[in-house]
Design a protein around this ligand. Structure first.
Ligand SMILES: *Cc1c(COP(=O)(O)O)cnc(C)c1O
Length: 439
């Protein structure tokens, strides 16, 4: 059997220095990883292009800080006739602009290293943690928010670190959701991942496990029948992947997604809004439609983070709102992702969308719909306000008390609470209050 396209055949033969590379080698994920493209010269050869001396020099400087690696498969998706504008090229090939540091850029904008109570763990939200189980990826995305760690062999988690992370999860009873992240967790071999998942599944308070992986996009052959059989043992397991452009949804990625979905693993997608790649309502709409066609639910659309080296990828927030405006109401609700900014400093994800609430009075709200139609909703006159002490015993609504885990409210939820005395939240170091303390 021959390889899918001439393009892939040529790439395979050049990389392996063999005359005839069979389909079974091309679709072997280990073959793909072994033949990953890490040098600009190889890239030029494979695309049949020649960069100018100056450009090549600038790129080699960029590579000293942020290395290059991509799979032959992902490279084969690049349209050679207009490679500079190609979304795959832009996501994979270094750009000297990565060395331009903006004054707002940060090394670790999401403060993941600060919110880390144990090696490899980021514990930011009350009930869930990120667990970095791998530091390597099949492809180094140029827009990676963890660019600081890419290719840094010192941060590859070893078995002891994984054990320490597992210990933290085991002793922290409020964690009910663990997100395996990295790097790409599917870079681990099946047996090792099986071990981590087995350990997690034995922890009673861990209700769900999620895997974040870009393999269906950059190396779909990683999704083997054996992998899927192994993952199936660890249900309920969710998987979020990372498609950014409709051209990434190929016949090979469709096969990978089908295997996962058929195994009963709910699939989600997290895209990043990237200038020059997908900052267009029509592109995102086409992407989300292709995703749901393949049983992948668009989950988040991220505003590009403030990590160093990403300034040329950032769009104004208005572009994201414009895209949301073109999705909400215009297409199936389950095709619409949530547009979020991951707050610098570690505040977590903040959702953003166009405003639909125009005004309100004590008994009416004025709203507008996606078409611009302005409408009113009359609120009930009969609704009886009830004092809620969050204790639930005397309440006529039947919440089984053992299911009602969170009794205490925090933050804005606390301000809304009937039984908490707090009336305001004040930033630390408020000058007015400091003056009070002084006198
Ligand atoms: C995104 C993220 C999560 C998961 O957030 P969800 O909104 O539940 O998907 C958890 N921890 C950290 C640190 C994150 O960045």
């Amino acid at each position: 059997m021959s390889i899918y396209s001439n393009n892939q055949q040529q790439i395979a033969e050049y990389l392996s220095r063999e005359d005839k590379v069979t389909l079974s080698r091309w679709t072997d994920w280990r073959w793909q990883l072994k033949h990953s493209i890490t040098r600009v010269e190889t890239f030029e050869k494979l695309l049949g292009i020649e960069l100018e001396v100056m450009e090549r020099r600038k790129i080699s400087l960029t590579l000293k800080k942020f290395p290059l690696s991509m799979t032959p498969y992902y490279l084969s998706l690049i349209d050679r006739s207009d490679f500079r504008n190609d979304p795959v090229f832009r996501q994979a090939f270094p750009d000297p602009q990565e060395l331009e540091i903006d004054k707002c850029d940060m090394v670790d904008p999401l403060a993941e290293d600060q919110d880390s109570p144990a090696p490899g763990i980021t514990h930011r939200y009350p009930d869930r943690v990120l667990f970095h189980v791998s530091n390597v990826c099949a492809m180094y995305c140029r827009h990676c928010t963890r660019k600081r760690k890419v290719g840094d062999i010192d941060s590859i988690p070893d078995r002891n670190q994984i054990l320490a992370g597992l210990d933290y999860i085991r002793k922290t009873l409020e964690i009910r959701d663990v997100l395996l992240s990295g790097g790409d967790p599917l870079m681990l071999n099946d047996a090792y991942l099986d071990w981590i998942l087995t350990e997690l599944r034995q922890i009673e308070h861990v209700q769900v496990v999620r895997i974040g992986s870009r393999m269906p996009v950059v190396l779909p052959y990683r999704v083997t029948d054996e992998l899927v059989e192994m993952l199936k043992k660890h249900q309920p397991l969710w998987l979020n992947t990372h498609f950014n452009h409709p051209c990434e949804i190929t016949s090979s990625s469709r096969v990978a997604l089908k295997k996962l979905a058929d195994a009963g693993i709910p699939l989600g997608n997290q895209s990043v809004l990237l200038a020059g790649v997908n900052d267009c309502p029509r592109i995102i709409k086409s992407l989300v439609h292709k995703l749901v066609e393949n049983r992948v639910r668009p989950y988040y659309l991220y505003q590009c983070d403030l990590s160093e080296g990403l300034s040329h990828f950032r769009t104004p927030v208005g572009k994201g709102v414009e895209i949301m405006e073109s999705l909400i109401g215009h297409t199936s609700g389950f095709s619409v992702p949530t547009y979020v900014i991951d707050a610098p400093g570690g505040g977590g994800k903040i959702p953003l969308m166009p405003n639909y609430l125009i005004s309100l009075s004590t008994n009416k709200v004025v709203l507008r719909n996606y078409e611009g139609v302005i409408t009113t909703y009359r609120e009930p006159d009969s609704y009886k306000q009830k004092f809620c002490d969050r204790k639930c015993e005397g309440c006529n609504l039947k919440l089984k008390l053992e299911d009602g885990e969170e009794a205490d409210a925090t933050g804005i939820e606390m301000l809304l609470d009937d039984c908490d005395e707090t009336i305001s939240l004040t930033p630390a170091e408020n000058q007015r209050l400091e003056r009070r303390d002084e006198c």
